[in-house]
Design a protein around this ligand. Structure first.
Ligand SMILES: CC(C)(COP(=O)(O)OP(=O)(O)OC[C@H]1O[C@@H](n2cnc3c(N)ncnc32)[C@H](O)[C@@H]1OP(=O)(O)O)[C@@H](O)C(=O)NCCC(=O)NCCS
Length: 186
């Protein structure tokens, strides 16, 4: 998968690769620019996970997939096994550059992440947690379109009025028609 050119949706020219040290500054800038989505504390956590991965490799428990376009990192996922579970994984982060949204990048990146978890890491199920705030309506639509089930909402989880939505997808299930549009191919 790594290094392979992909033709996905409307944005044809992008490729996936592992995280490198040079990615940290641009990816953290990208994350920090999404102030409506991520607090400074959350951006700091993203930076810590990148550092952990670069220092300790797979032993860190954090996996990253980076999407590059025009030789620039423009999107990434961070994910890892949930300790003491059987094949359960958490999607810690998925971020796509605002200027490239709606072009199938998130779909391709998430499908590639699922494939990596399923085939290389032996994962069976992927969880994604996100805020219940209205600002995340597009994110909710994205997970729904990707075939994720909303299995729980924890009211006031992050702070009063800001709950946590927990989405899940079983990775052995083929994408259904409603979950896969004609533009997504990985
Ligand atoms: C959520 C996010 C990753 C989606 O990335 P994207 O590249 O814009 O998504 P895609 O273009 O691949 O869309 C895939 C599908 O999701 C759905 N979708 C995406 N954006 C949507 C929107 N704004 N409204 C409705 N549906 C949407 C669509 O069904 C779309 O498929 P289609 O275009 O073939 O119909 C991106 O918007 C993002 O980075 N958001 C901010 C960070 C975030 O919320 N991360 C997740 C929480 S940690």
């Amino acid at each position: 998968m790594y290094g392979k050119r992909l033709l996905i949706g409307k944005l044809a020219d992008w490729r996936l690769r592992p995280l490198t040290g040079a990615d940290c500054a641009p990816l953290l800038r990208l994350t920090a620019d999404l102030a409506a989505f991520f607090s400074p504390e959350e951006v700091a956590v993203a930076g810590e996970l990148m550092t952990e991965r670069l220092l300790r490799g797979a032993a860190s428990g954090y996996e990253f997939l980076v999407a590059e376009h025009d030789r620039t990192p423009v999107a990434y996922t961070c994910y890892g096994a949930i300790p003491a579970t059987e094949g359960r994984f958490d999607l810690y982060w998925i971020v796509v550059s605002p200027r490239l949204r709606g072009q199938g990048l998130g779909r391709g990146l998430l499908r590639a992440t699922e494939e990596d978890i399923r085939t290389r890491l032996g994962g069976l199920r992927l969880y994604a947690q996100t805020s219940s705030r209205a600002a995340y309506a597009d994110t909710h639509a994205f997970y729904h379109a990707m075939g994720y089930r909303l299995v729980a909402t924890l009211e006031d989880y992050y702070r009063t009025g800001d709950g946590q939505r927990i989405y899940v997808r079983d990775l052995d299930q083929a994408p259904g028609r409603s979950a896969e549009s004609s533009s997504g191919r990985v």
